[in-house]
Ligand binder design. Sequence first.
Ligand code: NAP
Length: 295
Amino acid sequence: MILVTGATGLSGSIVVREFARQDVPVRALVRDPDKARKLHGLPGVEVVEGDMLRPETLTAALRGVERVLLISSPRERMVETQCAFVDAARAAGVPHIVKYSGKESGVGFDPGSFTGTREHLEIERRIEASGLAWTHLRPSQFMEFYLPGTSTGVDPHRRELRMSIGDSRLSPVAIEDVARVAVALMTSAGHEGRAYDMTGPEALTMKEIAEHITEATGTAFRHVELPLDDKLREWREAGTPEPSLRILRELLAERKRRPESHVRLETHRAFGVRPTSFAEFARRHAAAFLGTVGG
Ligand SMILES: NC(=O)c1ccc[n+]([C@@H]2O[C@H](COP(=O)([O-])OP(=O)(O)OC[C@H]3O[C@@H](n4cnc5c(N)ncnc54)[C@H](OP(=O)(O)O)[C@@H]3O)[C@@H](O)[C@H]2O)c1
């Protein structure tokens, strides 16, 4: 049996849907039965409740599991949550953990300079030292983060992508691509001890991203460059908590220092997944960019 954690979240729900789409049976770990409703009825998906921070709640979820795709929130005690889960998985005899990790696409980017990547590295090291078989899947920034309703998304009312990153380029990847790789990786052999980095197919400026959204929606969106403190104030006023603001400040400052991004498509190629371009992503989500339906 394959277990996916974080199954009600942004990435986890797309991954679980991809298992269902491909008719591959999967068990989905959820902690909130209300949020789990969106997974009920998906073919081949067994929903099991449990809290990754409370090992005593994980017995049913871990029973008979051969591989786990380990996902949790970057905003919620990620190191503690994932390390507690790894300990529980080892105790239950799970042989292989696939870590849904993360990697910045910036050329020369120092992973230690940003809380997100530093925490992923710390968890990766802990899994490698656990004695279990491991694989790391490391997507770059998600295209989904430009959709309205996320802290970094466009403002659908002003029709603006308001950012503080200058002309730096990022190489966002569609979560659907990561999900396809995840299903292929979890259902084939020979990935133990390997790390798979993924970006999208282009390194884009915010201006270019706004142009793609304009073309896909038939409505003019523009990139508005804000001073860093103004952007942070805007996020604060929208309710972004202080720890997340500190992380965003670090990230934007580092990305301004390193304006170029790598494009890494080896993982797409290795698993036969066609890379989704931003133009295609924007067309698929045009209504969401206009704020007329959810993403
Ligand atoms: N943002 C990016 O561009 C980016 C790029 C690459 C990698 N990543 C990484 O991708 C991962 C997933 O991010 P995401 O935005 O998809 O996450 P997300 O939407 O915040 O979802 C996190 C999921 O983890 C669950 N969870 C958290 N704590 C739990 C616990 N104690 N027990 C059980 N479930 C728990 C949440 O459950 P509830 O629904 O109940 O809250 C939710 O289902 C993160 O590690 C992130 O760093 C992000």
